[in-house]
Design a protein around this ligand. Structure first.
Ligand code: ITT
Length: 231
């Protein structure tokens, strides 16, 4: 089964390919298609992930797998949250975003945070599957370590007493929000036994409006097209 990885973030691609390396799936990169991407204007990680997967599947005619992820800091009312990649501005670098985060947390004793990842696998015809993962941690006072990407250098995991930038990628994948979500998705893909759902219905324009957040892990299998049944 060919699946398009619906992300432009090379760091995410590297992690996702590693996490799913034992799945019998051929991944195609977005760079093989002329596609400008989607506007991430959803109100939840799930809505954004579904939109990325839906738009990519519609554009390519292939099943598409997307993730929307971010850092949630309760002491900052949930920021940077959905805006994690552009926290310090539209073209912000990882360093800019980390800098802003540390500045906003200056003087705050509550350093609790979590990473969230929601992935969606969307099939032409309208069926989709979703899975979610989270990891809890604390934001450090300054960046520590060189591995990983994004907010990893300031994300301290109490259980291992290290930041996610102080451990190799395979260790991060074992415990990370993305590792958890995508391993659940790997199970879903395995259960499909390489016979993906087929339907030739045309997606209605409002297909993405059904953005209820499936908070239960890994269970939501729902059709965005009337008349196409989920299992
Ligand atoms: P696509 O939309 O093309 O997938 P993106 O980087 O914009 O790429 P998101 O909208 O999901 O992806 O934003 C995710 C941001 O959250 C990412 O840019 C990082 O700043 C942060 N982030 C997500 N997962 C992370 C991780 O494992 N480690 C560190 N930072 C992470």
């Amino acid at each position: 089964m060919k699946i398009v990885l619906a992300t432009k973030n090379k760091d995410k691609i590297r992690e996702i390919k590693d996490i799913l390396k034992d799945t019998v799936v051929e991944f195609v990169g977005l760079d093989e298609f002329e596609f400008l991407g989607v506007v991430e204007d959803g109100k939840t990680f799930f809505a954004n992930a579904k939109k990325k997967a839906f738009e990519t599947s519609r554009h390519t005619g292939l099943p598409a797998l997307a993730d929307d992820s971010g850092l949630v800091v309760p002491a900052l009312d949930g920021a940077p949250g959905l805006y994690s990649s552009r926290y310090a501005g539209k073209n912000a670098t990882y360093e800019d975003n980390v800098g802003k985060l540390l500045k906003e947390l200056t003087g705050k004793t509550d350093r609790k945070a979590k990473f969230v990842c929601v992935c969606v696998l969307f099939f032409p015809g309208g069926r989709y599957f979703t899975a979610r993962g989270e990891i809890k941690g604390l934001i450090t006072e300054e960046p520590i370590g060189r591995a990983g990407f994004g907010y990893d250098p300031v994300f301290f995991v109490p259980g291992i007493r290290k930041t996610l930038s102080e451990i190799p990628q395979f260790e991060k994948n074992k415990m990370s929000h993305r590792g958890i979500a995508f391993r659940k998705m790997a199970e879903i893909i395995k259960r499909m036994k390489l016979s993906p759902p087929q339907a030739d219905a045309t997606l209605p324009p409002q297909a993405d409006e059904d953005a209820h957040h499936p908070d239960k892990d890994g269970e939501q299998t729902k059709s965005a097209v009337a008349g196409v049944k989920s299992e």
